[in-house]
Design a protein. Structure first.
Length: 171
């Protein structure tokens, strides 16, 4: 979340749909390719923000336009918008912005497994995309129900050493 909050306008290429993340985890720079729909939303957002606050270097300026938006402000806004959805009343625990990242990873891995695409092949790409230094950091996001665990066990040998076997507790 901090990476997004600290994006400068110069690091957001809306023509190509590419974010340049400077000094992320491990003090490494990386490129993040946005989907077409996200790029369009960001373009619309930038156009509106430039009309209001043109003299800021930040893509997501804070209440003081000379500073980036603070993480707590993002969390509060997300919660505010979540509470306006019909799903808010259906959940005991509201999601967080970071939960979207977890959902993305789990959905991507599930899709690859359903399609028979090797996690051995794809996980290094996903790990790099997320800014992780190794694949085991990415597997951390895959903390799903036992059924999903069984899919991983059956489909891919990479998970065997990363996700431990769950043994039911018996008294």
């Amino acid at each position: 979340l901090a990476e997004a909050a600290h994006l400068k306008k110069e690091h957001v290429n809306l023509d190509e749909g590419i974010l340049t993340i400077i000094q992320s985890k491990g003090n490494k720079d990386r490129l993040v390719f946005m989907s077409e729909d996200v790029t369009k939303l960001c373009s619309l957002y930038k156009k509106r923000m430039d009309a209001q606050i043109s003299e800021t270097e930040w893509f997501f300026p804070g209440s003081d336009p000379h500073k980036p938006i603070h993480k707590t402000s993002l969390d509060k806004k997300f919660k505010q918008f979540w509470n306006l959805t019909p799903f808010a009343e259906l959940c005991d625990k509201a999601p967080t912005i970071h939960a979207l990242r977890h959902t993305f990873v789990v959905d991507r891995m599930n899709e690859w497994m359903r399609e028979g695409i090797s996690l051995n092949t794809m996980m290094p790409y996903l790990s790099r995309y997320l800014g992780h230094s190794n694949v085991s950091d990415t597997f951390y996001y895959y903390h799903q129900v036992d059924r999903a665990f069984q899919i991983v066990r059956q489909k891919d040998v990479v998970s065997y050493g990363v996700i431990p076997e769950v043994i039911p507790y018996e008294e």
